[in-house]
Design a protein around this ligand. Structure first.
Ligand SMILES: [Zn+2]
Length: 323
């Protein structure tokens, strides 16, 4: 069971308002994760489902809006990628139980425990449960910045993070500005440094089958959280993810995305930028401009988890434009 301590750690994260939405979710928020899975469902639990995307490739689509005490066990999306000689899993999730569960699923589906764990960024709903993989003694792949941020947050809050302790150990491998290719045996996995959602994000790209794990650079059906974003980098790097020759993109939150869904998301980011530029040029503070902002109806419904999300987004752009 996800403990209160773990939940509070995750609550410092990009998806904290998911929990708040549980109390008063609209019909749209409740149906958000109920989209028809793209592939056969290999497992379904109160906190999420594992969709088979291709031979040796599965997405975990977390369903924190499902309600119930275990709904937030994994919280963010993730995945399992298997080759002949190795298995890689994506994300550390919001609880150790969540990560341990995914490790068990990897063993069941592939016959191997995870050899590699990729942590896309430091937010608690992606990282808090990292130590749940420790029994399998995998290698952890993340960035120097992500490790530093986790350590800095411990210093700021005076609390121990199991994820920081894991990454301080001898099994962390740090990606710098160059991408890293892992050969899992007949399956090449590119781990690509990106940024924008935070100042250090990782994407995982498979070329056969053609799949991209986006970390939190892409959210599907949810208005993104700009709390730690550099907005121009976010737009630029989402465009780069869209340039990958992929059929499906696994977002950080929300259902599996096809090309059209990522295009809509990018149009939403462009619309936020246009609104922010207009406000700055007119001398209107972001907080005021946010009160009148709504995404264009033609882009469909974007679930908003908190009252302040538009203000956070326009504020991030305001800071960048006034630098
Ligand atoms: Zn995040």
């Amino acid at each position: 069971m996800t403990t209160r301590r773990q939940f509070l750690a995750a609550a410092g994260s990009c998806a904290v308002h998911v929990a708040i939405a549980l109390a008063d979710g609209t019909r749209a928020t409740r149906s958000l994760y109920a989209a028809v899975p793209r592939g056969p469902v290999a497992a379904r639990e109160p906190w999420g489902r594992i969709e088979r995307l291709a031979e040796g490739a599965w997405a975990l689509i977390s369903t924190p809006l499902a309600g119930g005490k275990d709904a937030m066990r994994t919280f963010s999306n993730g995945g399992i990628i298997a080759g002949r000689d190795g298995v890689l899993v994506v994300e550390g999730f919001a609880s150790e139980e969540g990560a341990a569960w995914l490790a068990g699923q990897a063993r069941e589906l592939t016959g191997r425990a995870p050899d590699w764990v990729v942590l896309t960024h430091y937010h608690g709903d992606h990282s808090t449960g990292l130590s749940g993989y420790e029994a399998a003694r995998p290698l952890y792949l993340t960035t120097e910045v992500t490790r530093e941020e986790l350590e800095r947050r411990i210093a700021d809050r005076g609390e121990l993070s199991p994820a920081a302790a894991v990454l301080a150990g001898g099994r962390a491998r740090l990606v710098d500005s160059a991408e890293t290719t892992l050969d899992l045996g007949g399956r090449r996995v590119r781990v690509v440094p990106r940024s924008g959602h935070t100042r250090s994000d990782l994407a995982i790209v498979l070329e056969d089958p053609r799949l991209v794990w986006c970390g939190d650079l892409v959210w599907n059906g949810l208005f993104p959280n700009y709390v730690d974003a550099t907005p121009s980098d976010l737009s630029r790097h989402v465009r780069a993810l869209l340039d990958e020759p992929a059929d499906h993109w696994v977002p950080g939150h929300g259902s599996l995305a096809d090309r059209a869904a990522v295009v809509s998301y990018l149009e939403l980011l462009d619309d936020v930028e246009a609104a922010a530029r207009k406000a700055v040029e007119a001398g209107i503070p972001a907080a005021d401009a946010a009160r009148g902002y709504r995404p264009p109806a033609e882009l469909g419904e974007w679930v908003l988890f908190g009252d302040r999300y538009y203000a956070v987004a326009l504020g991030a752009w305001e800071r960048e434009l006034q630098r």
